[in-house]
Design a protein around this ligand. Structure first.
Ligand SMILES: CC(C)(COP(=O)(O)OP(=O)(O)OC[C@H]1O[C@@H](n2cnc3c(N)ncnc32)[C@H](O)[C@@H]1OP(=O)(O)O)[C@@H](O)C(=O)NCCC(=O)NCCS
Length: 171
């Protein structure tokens, strides 16, 4: 049975959740390490403003009503085109229950309806087993592994996964 979660637009009271996600050394192991308090506050502002069609959501566990993670998409220039990039995070206590898969499925449906770009890309570190499993599970195609600089000055090898939103004729 899929995990019972809903997506809510990222809100003004969600900085503590962001701190548990991107301020945590274990959670950011594959993302270049934790962000500083100033970086987190700046990111909180960006998530709240949701400009230029970028969408960031809080993943809410329906049973408890608690915020358990984040999922979102934003525009990325990639291979001479504009595409959606997606990202996901789930707090350690809620991991391993299918929450990221269920939330990302809902997010992809929103991107499909948004219909701004044809392709969705995800770029998990090659060593990030759960994130690569999410891509595989949701029907993304693995294009290649390549070196990425993220954050600035920090290089890592990531997979380039792509999902074609038009593959079923919706776009
Ligand atoms: C990646 C992350 C969001 C997964 O969240 P989650 O809710 O635990 O994921 P799910 O329960 O939906 O599981 C996703 C898939 O990963 C698999 N998986 C989970 N842990 C795994 C592990 N340690 N090794 C291999 N596969 C694993 C699950 O079996 C599932 O695959 P399946 O559906 O084919 O069985 C979570 O681990 C996280 O927040 N990590 C830190 C942040 C991060 O790296 N974000 C991604 C940046 S690209």
């Amino acid at each position: 049975m899929p995990a019972n979660v809903t997506l809510e637009p990222w809100g003004s009271g969600d900085l503590p959740l962001l701190e548990r996600l991107l301020g945590d050394p274990v959670m950011t192991e594959h993302l270049g390490g934790p962000e500083s308090p100033a970086q987190l506050r700046e990111r909180q502002g960006r998530y709240e403003r949701a400009e230029d069609g970028d969408r960031m959501f809080k993943i809410v566990d329906v049973e408890s009503g608690e915020g358990v993670g984040s999922v979102g998409f934003w525009t990325k220039e990639w291979r001479d085109a504009e595409v959606y990039e997606v990202g996901w995070m789930v707090v350690p206590e809620a991991q391993g229950r299918g929450i990221a898969v269920a939330a990302t499925e809902q997010l992809i449906e929103l991107a499909r309806r948004d219909a701004k770009y044809r392709f969705v890309h995800a770029f998990p570190n090659v060593d990030n087993a759960p994130s690569n499993a999410i891509c595989r599970r949701l029907g993304f195609e693995l294009l290649e592994a390549r070196e990425f600089e993220y954050p600035e000055g920090h290089w890592m090898t990531c997979n380039d996964w792509r999902l074609d939103l038009g593959a079923h004729g919706q776009v």
